[in-house]
Design a protein around this ligand. Structure first.
Ligand code: 6A9
Length: 772
């Protein structure tokens, strides 16, 4: 309904694109300009899918159904509620191939793809899907349906070639950017790839409202009237795609959908071959033995490049640990998506949310199931990992993000572009506010790329005007009450509804801040981010031979340890802290409802905040945790600063931040530790272990262990211990649960929040490699 209410209006500044030339030249993602990246597994939200990097790309995908279960549980989009024991890319090089393993109950799927360059439209690719039943006692004699589909997204045509009524053997198609192509569904075989396998076929041709409705269309068309009758075997009924009535009246069909359903006994092997019409000549079809060889060749190259890049074998990690690291890395890279569409933006100049200018985004995503879309500060961390593997890729991602900037220098924090992305997000979370920031972690990426010597000057020159505006946006709109201090805008309204009003923009959501949001606040983490930003802008300006005096000045002031202490060192608390209108004497209590007027039902009681002692301007007590560590995390403290010693002590203290699994987000001694924020809002950044911040900690400890100073030994010891704890626990959780997680429990180390959550946790690879 938000979408319906959105309307085009006089485009205020919030909706006006940034005037600088785009960081990405026009058509830079096209098949002509970047053929090697044209096709990819750029649909992270489905278990297996491919599309091209174009606005209205046709898509290919896989669904499956375990027929023996007797009910229609169709698998398609990555859903936690599917309860899969594991899934994720085990190997993926971002360009040529990927290998994924999926375990669904007793079913084991191996999905692989390989691309082959050629022609003018991004070349060919093939899929191989091998399925088998795990040999565990009690596994029913499974037979399985796999649904391979191709769908258009508002442009292009598909022509099926159907034999024997129901058997789609191939299809031809045409789209704007692919020209003509053919897709062939190879005969199913046993796992050896040679012995043909009996199969039943079903076929569906349908119109769908859009790509976000494909599961619905297939589900709605399923009928149990089909019979699978292998020679000599029992006859069994199964669900097959049958007919589809079409979208509800009045909804324009946007997608043309073709589905090839194959029903087979396990084990089996299926291949799908995409051939581009402009490939002049082929040295044999990319299937069977040829496909096997190509997979082997790319896998071998991956293994070598991984070791060259991260050196984990050389560091003595076991094969099992290396496999874990390869899976973490591959799922990050293989989980990249290409999105296209509008954000929905609320600006102070308009009454209702409005459509932001349309644009593309090529980005990694935090989680293929729960958050399959771009998040600004998450992405900086993702690219710290991917930039080691492929700096050109990270530069392209950065450019995509910066091209989403408006004239004010703002970039929306959460990118929900296109119908598929939007269909995964509850309406109240869709709207982005043009006054809302998020930590500018792309400066971490730039810093790293610069130190790798991996940034080319023309690229940086195109980025520069946008970087300047971005920097200015933070500097001006998030300025604090006193010069050289900063304040996150957009804290929760209605403070009485929360134990502590959240600060979503900081990325640390419910981390405790001043109890009473006010313009007097100074936020320590933001100040430290600005020090980093100023420092990197200085380097960028220098690299380009541009005058960077203003940045250098800011960098010097913000890194000045005396001024930092003046603004943020709380002597009474013995730590760095935020400053604001604050009281620690707050609690949530049930409202005592007033007796209702006669004949009326009693009102539902609400849980409200009571303030036992009035707030006053002071340093924010009771909040020791990640925020307090920021001057250390971003390496602003001088190596001989006594404050460094005290932060190290707080870190190592088990009553405060230390756990055997990593640093907890909030001190165990804080009154907010593991506290609910409302009746329904469980603690988030109030104790659990988050890997992005732990990565910064490990990186900073490594830095301080190499600086002459009184705390060098201590930093070195903590570095070793913290690194080992994090690696061991994330590895153990992966082994036990099959996944990387959003966060980890600070008393058990168990993964929690959503899964698989590769973003952030995959930084474990850099910790293993000791690449900082
Ligand atoms: C909720 C509802 C299925 C919260 O990883 C992304 C972000 C981080 O940037 C942030 O620091 N996560 C962290 O505190 C997840 C945020 C999800 C908000 C939208 C939509 C889910 O729909």
């Amino acid at each position: 309904c938000l979408l319906l209410r959105a309307r085009w209006g006089a485009a205020g500044p919030a909706l006006t694109p940034h005037p600088a030339a785009r960081a990405l030249p026009a058509h830079s993602s096209s098949a002509a300009a970047a053929p090697a990246r044209f096709w990819g597994s750029y649909r992270p939200h489905v278990y297996l899918g491919m599309k091209t990097r174009s606005p209205r790309a046709p898509v290919a995908g896989l669904m499956w159904l375990r027929q023996a279960e007797g009910e229609a549980r169709l698998r398609h989009t990555c859903e936690q509620s599917d309860g899969l024991a594991r899934y994720g890319w085990l190997r993926h090089d971002g360009l040529h191939f990927g290998t994924q393993e999926i375990r669904d109950g007793g079913l084991r799927l191996r999905t692989e793809f390989v691309k082959r360059p050629g022609g003018r439209h991004g070349g060919d690719w093939s899929w191989r899907v091998a399925a088998r039943a795990e040999r565990t006692a009690g596994t029913p004699d499974t037979f399985l349906s796999m649904f391979f589909y191709v769908a258009t997204d508002g442009q292009g045509t598909l022509q099926p070639l159907v034999v024997e009524k129901n058997h789609l053997v191939s299809l031809t198609g045409t789209t704007e950017e692919l020209g003509n192509f053919t897709i062939t569904f190879q005969q199913p075989t046993r796992e050896d790839g040679a012995t043909p396998l009996y199969a039943s076929y079903n076929y569906l041709q349908a119109k769908a409202e859009g790509l976000h409705r494909l599961s619905d269309v297939v589900k709605a068309s399923l009928s149990p009237r089909f019979v699978y009758a292998p020679p000599g075997g029992p006859k069994r009924r199964y669900f097959g795609v049958d007919t589809y009535q079409g979208p509800p009246e009045g909804r324009e069909p946007h997608s043309q959908l073709l589905v090839h359903q194959v029903t087979v006994a396990l084990p089996c092997l299926l291949e799908v071959v995409f051939e581009s019409g402009s490939v002049p000549e082929r040295a044999g079809r990319l299937a069977g033995e040829v496909l096997t060889q190509e997979l082997a060749r790319h896998t071998a190259a991956f293994e070598q490049r991984f070791e060259r890049t991260f050196g984990l074998a050389q560091k003595g990690f076991s094969v099992q640990e290396q496999d874990f690291a390869k899976a973490a890395f591959s799922n990050m890279l293989g989980g990249m998506g290409y999105f296209y569409g509008h954000s929905l933006v609320q600006s102070p100049h308009s009454e209702l949310p409005q459509l932001y200018p349309e644009g593309p985004l090529f980005t990694a995503v935090p989680s293929r199931s729960f958050f399959p879309r771009g998040f600004l500060w998450d992405e900086g961390f993702h690219q710290l990992l991917l930039g080691r593997w492929d700096p050109a890729l990270s530069q392209e991602v950065l450019a995509h993000w910066l091209d989403l900037m408006n004239v004010e220098g703002w970039i929306p924090r959460e990118q929900i572009l296109g119908d598929e992305a939007r269909s995964k997000v509850p309406a109240e979370f869709v709207v982005q506010h043009s006054s809302a920031g998020n930590p500018p972690t792309f400066f971490l990426v730039l810093q790293q790329l610069l130190s790798q010597g991996a940034v080319d000057v023309p690229y940086l020159r195109r980025l520069y005007p946008r970087l300047r505006s971005w920097y200015n946006w933070y500097n001006q709109t998030q300025a604090g009450p006193v010069p050289y201090t900063f304040r996150w805008r957009g804290r929760d309204q209605d403070p009485q509804m929360f134990l502590n009003p959240k600060t979503l923009t900081s990325g640390l959501d419910d981390y405790p801040r001043a109890s009473h949001p006010s313009p007097d606040e100074r936020h320590l983490d933001l100040r430290c981010w600005m020090a980093l930003a100023s420092n990197v802008m200085t380097k960028v300006a220098r690299h380009l031979g541009e005058p960077g005096g203003e940045y250098q000045h800011m960098a010097e002031v913000l890194v000045d340890n005396q001024l930092l202490e003046q603004h943020h060192w709380a002597e009474v608390l013995g730590t760095f802290a935020d400053f604001g209108n604050h009281t620690q004497a707050v609690a949530l209590e049930w409202e005592r409802p007033r007796p209702p007027p006669p004949g009326q039902p009693p009102p539902t009681p609400r849980l409200l905040r009571v303030v036992r002692k009035p707030p006053k301007l002071q340093f924010v007590g009771g909040a020791l945790g990640y925020v307090s560590l920021f001057p250390l995390l971003l390496q602003l403290l001088q190596p001989d600063s006594p404050r460094l010693g005290s932060l190290l002590a707080d870190m190592r203290n088990e009553k405060k931040l230390w756990t055997p699994f990593g640093l907890r987000s909030l001190s165990r001694s804080s009154p907010f530790y593991l506290k609910y924020n409302t009746e329904h809002d469980p603690p988030y950044w109030r104790g659990s272990i988050w890997i992005n911040v732990n990565y910064l900690a490990v990186q900073a400890l490594h830095h301080y262990s190499r600086q002459e100073g009184p705390f060098r030994q201590e930093a070195a010891a903590l570095y070793q211990e913290l690194r080992a704890n994090l690696i061991h626990n994330i590895f153990r959780q992966y082994k036990e649960s099959g996944y990387l997680w959003e966060q980890y429990n600070d008393s058990t180390g168990k993964g929690q929040g959503c899964y698989p959550f590769t973003g952030w946790s995959a930084l474990v690879v850099l910790m293993m490699a000791e690449e900082y």
